[in-house]
Design a protein around this ligand. Structure first.
Ligand SMILES: [Mn+2]
Length: 350
């Protein structure tokens, strides 16, 4: 976006944030690096230009070890909040998510003042915000915020640069997916500002044994249906794992869609990934979750959530599985990806 338009947007953002009252920067329930860095950037803008301390909040947990390492290493303070806590804030700013999209704590009817996001606009439940900056053609919300920081003439600290760099890197799959010219420009500029050594440590954050257990389960359950690979986690302790599996399996040769789904507590999480923008995963995800949950995203990256109750879990799971096959795998027959090989017979060694 050109500088003068971006300056106008920044002005609108500052006009709302400068009103009296506390500011909440709200991310998705289970924030990813793009959301975390975008929130940190808004916080920095409010701190430097308005001398206000904004709180960064999210409804769920930091599932991935990398994300926990990110907030620790880059000193980004966040707070877990519920939808009743929202009343304590006068100004609510959503980043990397939209009102009523199903992945944040804003309940239907609760108002957001500012929304900055790069997902396709959700129309399931209509919403309005005083400032709404939605750029679906951008690969990362971090890129939008990078442009705000530039328009504000703020010197980007090494920590914030590292966060933004990581946000763009992870949402665009190292610029390999859905990276616009703006993303590439921001990424290049941030390369010289970021602490790449620290980032390498964040990305290699230690994981617990359960991580490998989930990996094992997802791989054992993986099926191939046409050009779609589908992984399933019956019990996952971490909703981000579903997305991670979908991301990882996209590397399988011959595959043009990768889907992961899994049950975490009382929610079925679904993630879909494609290596290109030719299809429209957001649209298909809306079909998969229509009437039973929420779903959306981008053409090459989408997610959905379906609330489940114990008594209907099996029924719903079967229903979702059938819809995934129909809408994301063209109803092609599914075959196990890995067939366990029989153990070799023991030979006497001489
Ligand atoms: Mn994002």
């Amino acid at each position: 976006m050109n500088l003068s338009r971006c300056k106008q947007r920044l002005k609108a953002l500052l006009a709302v944030c400068s009103r009296p009252g506390r500011i909440l920067i709200l991310m998705q329930n289970n924030p990813d690096p793009d959301a975390i860095s975008s929130a940190a950037a808004v916080q920095e803008i409010a701190r430097i230009l308005l001398k206000k301390r904004a709180i960064i909040g999210h409804g769920g947990i930091f599932g991935r070890a990398e994300n926990r390492a990110m907030v620790q290493q880059l000193h980004i303070k966040t707070r877990q909040i519920g939808h009743t806590d929202l009343e304590r804030f006068r100004i609510i700013c959503l980043v990397d998510t939209q009102p009523y999209s199903g992945n944040n704590v804003l309940f239907h009817g609760q108002r957001a003042d500012i929304v900055i996001d790069h997902h396709e606009k959700t129309n399931r439940l209509p919403w309005n915000a005083e400032v709404s900056d939605i750029r679906p053609h951008y690969g990362a919300t971090s890129t939008i915020l990078y442009e705000y920081l530039r328009a504000a003439n703020i010197r980007i600290s090494q920590r914030l640069a590292t966060a933004l760099y990581y946000g763009i890197q992870s949402d665009t799959s190292e610029l390999g997916r859905k990276a616009s010219k703006a993303d590439i420009e921001a990424f290049q500029e941030l390369t010289s500002l970021a602490d790449l050594r620290r980032l390498a440590r964040i990305r290699r954050a230690p994981v617990p044994p359960a991580y490998f257990g989930m990996l094992h389960e997802a791989l054992s359950n993986a099926v191939l249906a046409g050009h779609t690979v589908i992984t399933f986690l019956a019990q996952c302790t971490n909703p981000d794992m579903v997305a991670e599996m979908a991301e990882m399996m996209l590397r399988l040769q011959g595959v043009d869609t990768s889907v992961g789904y899994g049950v975490c507590k009382n929610t079925l999480h679904i993630s879909a990934r494609a290596p290109h923008e030719r299809g429209n995963l957001a649209k298909q995800m809306k079909r998969v979750t229509a009437g039973i949950g929420t779903g959306g995203g981008h053409r090459s990256m989408a997610g959905g959530q379906v609330p489940i109750t114990d008594d209907k879990a099996d029924l719903l799971l079967a229903h979702v599985r059938e819809r995934i096959l129909r809408y994301l795998a063209g109803n092609k027959p599914a075959h196990p990806l890995l067939i366990p090989e029989p153990l070799p017979e023991k030979h006497e060694t001489s």
